[in-house]
Design a protein around this ligand. Structure first.
Ligand SMILES: Cc1cc2nc3c(=O)[nH]c(=O)nc-3n(C[C@H](O)[C@H](O)[C@H](O)COP(=O)(O)OP(=O)(O)OC[C@H]3O[C@@H](n4cnc5c(N)ncnc54)[C@H](O)[C@@H]3O)c2cc1C
Length: 440
């Protein structure tokens, strides 16, 4: 229901320019001119709403999930690109760099000025470069934080140029009502940046944490524990994640998303399971106890809240086990009587975290832990291979498996394979909730 409301609001906002233009009742131009103006206005509305779909707004990501929010953000950016690239080529009406006095409804010429032509051109050239840099960011020699800064600055530049072009060259946007709508939307876009980069950090300053321990728990994998310096700390649902900032100013762009692996209210504090993959995570073992930490969150909807199932299946690939451990702990804490299976895949046995805790869990009534290794040592007693259709058939081969709730977390390729296999096994999409640790 919430998702439907969000979709309705989204459509209402992005289609408002078309509605306001139609209501102006201006004489129609050739159809391709109208299509071109319509595409450009819709693209600008989508572009400005993209600022809000950047993933930091819980009102959105907590309802439709961070994955879906980010995938929408990327898909809509590509849509904007197509609309904007086509836009100048569709016009049939000629353009002049001065308005014709007798053409008050701007029906006979496109009425571009040097300024509006320049701003349009800058946005038109910058947008493809911007989208391509985002798509291929991993292939480019920039740190993630550098890319993030470039992404924010680039987005503002394109939005400002596109806005200048629209307000000065747009036939329909010269109308005060539509111009007012554009300014409002621009204010919302810039306001969302102020919220994310100023107001949120200011809130974080008031809720500092300190690192209480860092310990190695598996091959290239660490457990990090933090505690609120004062008060109860973050209220979150098992399975959610936060943006973690360690030892830097809360206004720093150096923050990384990590799922919380401990259960809400855990005495030890908030725990994370962190795998070494790059600049920040490779140095996690060097973090000193006492280091100040700030959290932006909780985010994400890989949770049990509002969901039901005859049993709970937790399917993890590698460090994707982190949020699922929190959920398993929560079910235990709640004495949830439903059967639970944790299917946990890794490449090597040395990568398995919390071996002891997993054995304890497996020993409980109605709880099962199935470990899978793709490169097992001789003598390995668990499952072997990848978490694929065959593994799922073996582990979830019982009768009512289609009525269980499946919470899945891990690398993108594994998630795609598991989601497809589960649906092929008759599990409705609404019973599968997944979270990617990588947006691309
Ligand atoms: C929702 C979510 C939950 C996650 N939970 C965990 C977890 O519990 N345990 C764990 O080990 N890993 C988790 N990750 C992955 C973790 O965030 C990255 O491995 C980490 O940020 C890499 O940072 P780095 O500087 O070491 O590596 P880099 O080489 O800088 O980054 C490697 C890749 O990680 C991603 N990444 C890096 N920084 C960020 C950032 N600030 N925001 C978004 N993506 C970024 C980018 O795709 C980048 O290409 C999670 C990711 C997401 C999106």
């Amino acid at each position: 229901m919430h998702a439907l409301i969000l979709i309705a609001v989204y459509l209402a906002v992005t289609l408002t320019p078309l509605v306001l233009s139609t209501l102006q009742g201006r004489p129609l131009r050739p159809v391709w001119d109208e299509i071109s103006s319509g595409l450009a206005m819709t693209a600008l509305a989508i572009l400005l709403v993209e600022f809000v779909l950047s993933g930091r707004f819980k009102v959105i990501s907590a309802r439709i999930g961070m994955d879906v929010t980010m995938r929408l953000h990327q898909l809509l950016a590509r849509t904007v690109l197509v609309f904007i690239v086509l836009h100048p080529f569709l016009y049939q009406t000629p353009y002049l760099t001065f308005p014709l006095p007798w053409d008050v409804s701007r029906q006979l010429t496109l009425g571009l000025t040097i300024g509006s032509l320049a701003s349009g051109l800058i946005a038109w050239v910058a947008l493809p470069v911007f989208v391509l840099i985002s798509i291929f960011r991993d292939q480019l020699p920039y740190r993630y934080e550098t890319w993030r800064l470039m992404h924010g600055v680039g987005a503002v530049l394109i939005a400002v140029m596109a806005m200048h072009h629209t307000l000065n060259a747009g036939r329909y946007s010269s109308d005060p009502l539509l111009a007012g709508f554009w300014l409002l939307l621009m204010a919302a876009a810039l306001g969302s940046l102020v919220y994310s980069y100023l107001i949120m950090p200011l809130k974080e300053v008031a809720r500092p944490y300190r690192v209480t321990s860092v310990r190695k728990i598996a091959l290239r994998t660490w457990e990090l524990t933090i505690k609120a310096k004062s008060g109860n700390g973050l209220q979150f649902e098992a399975g959610q994640f936060v943006w973690l900032n360690l030892g830097r100013s809360p206004f720093s762009l150096h923050e990384n998303p990590f799922s919380i692996s401990s259960t809400p209210g855990c005495d030890a504090g908030i725990q994370f399971v962190i795998k070494q993959v790059g600049d920040f995570t490779n140095r996690i073992g060097e973090v000193e106890p006492g280091t100040t930490a700030y959290l932006d969150g909780p985010h994400g909807n890989l949770t049990l809240k509002g969901r039901s199932g005859k049993g709970i299946a937790l399917i993890a690939g590698g460090v994707g086990v982190a949020p699922l451990l929190s959920i398993a702990g929560q079910l235990d804490k709640d004495n949830d009587p439903r059967p639970l299976v944790l299917l946990y895949g890794n490449r090597l046995a040395d990568q398995i975290v919390y071996d002891g805790k997993l054995k304890l869990l497996a020993g409980k009534d109605n709880r099962d832990v199935r470990l899978v290794l793709s490169e097992p040592e001789p003598g390995w007693g668990g499952l072997t291979g990848m978490i694929d259709r065959a593994t799922l058939d073996e582990v979830f081969g019982f009768d009512d498996a289609a009525q269980w709730l499946y919470l899945v977390c891990g690398p993108p390729a594994m998630l795609d394979a598991v989601e497809t296999a589960l649906m092929a096994r008759g599990v409705p999409a609404s019973q599968i909730v997944s979270e990617r640790f990588y947006y691309n």
